[in-house]
Design a binder for this molecule. Sequence first.
Ligand code: 6PG
Length: 247
Amino acid sequence: MTIINGNKVVVISTAEELARTAAMRFVSAAQDAVRTRDRFTTALSGGETPRRVYEILGTQFAMVLDWSRIHIFFGDERCVPPDNPASNYLMAYNALISKVAIPPFNVHRMIGEEDPAAGAAAYEQELRRVFRNSPLPRLDLMFLGLGRDGHTASLFPRSSVLNETTTWVGTSTPAGNVPDRITLTLPVINNAAQVLFLVSGADKAEVLSHVLRSTSGPVPPMPAQLIKPTNGTLEWLVDRAAAALLK
Ligand code: 6PG
């Protein structure tokens, strides 16, 4: 483990070992939370990197955890139906949710197939219900990925959702001809007890080096640089290919 600019970075040799390490972090956090608070809440990230993590959890660790005490949320979702190949829910369902004995009502899907703003508002109400109207939901574990433009969840550079300080769930519009997004906002993400970035592949080397090394200057920080848990831990699990420029 190394510290880069105050960031705790764990460089792991391969993408497979990265996935296994992340899965074991999930298991450890879940076992601790269920043992001490009889409940574990987690938000899954989307994209490709975490797929293998979820597959490992859904196979090698399926019988290890008490899934009846686990609540799965999502950090963000593409505004598509849940059976669309772009759906983060579908990816997690196929890799993990369909493989473990988690009660359906413990899986909190973002309703991406309807109006994005309505979906965001509905998700905020779901968070308020599960977190019993806490002033801010405190997720036990949040997985995050890193986009090549420095986005995380669906907090894209220059998106207005970055400025949200009171709402818990917002919407954003990525560049290009792609669906809108629903995303947890910075206040919620930064209230998590444990945040784990998972970064894999040579194509992330440049952005990872920038995110970890650059200090805030005149240019706006990348969204991933705004992830600073106020009362929690932040750790970067990166494979050697993504860490190539960190030496
Ligand atoms: C999404 C994710 C997004 C993702 C990064 C990295 O919905 O796409 O939430 O933030 O984590 O874009 O994606 P990859 O893992 O596919 O590189």
